[in-house]
Ligand binder design. Structure first.
Ligand SMILES: [Zn+2]
Length: 89
């Protein structure tokens, strides 16, 4: 549930912008997020794409540059935290 509505997310065809495959797309009309599969030429990590598109869905009024920054930073921090997480044996 996002902002009171049920959304779906999955892999699929996202479209192209200026000849390049879009990593993901947030479709407000149908409450659906589509993520490009890596084998179809996705540029960014899955983590970054999911964070980015979910952020668009949750915060539709926020500009693209801010959402791009959020996705980039959060994905980087996730990778560092994952590497630093202590493991129990
Ligand atoms: Zn975006």
């Amino acid at each position: 549930m996002i902002n009171g509505s049920r959304w779906t997310i999955g892999f699929g065809f996202t479209g192209k912008t200026k000849g390049r495959v879009d990593d993901g797309v947030c479709r407000y009309a149908t409450n659906r997020i589509v993520i490009q599969a890596s084998h179809n030429g996705r540029f960014r990590s899955l983590e970054e794409c999911v964070i980015h598109e979910v952020a668009h869905a949750v915060l539709p009024q926020i500009d693209e540059a801010t959402i791009l920054h959020l996705g980039e930073i959060t994905a980087k921090v996730l990778i560092k935290m994952r590497a630093a997480e202590p493991h129990k044996h």
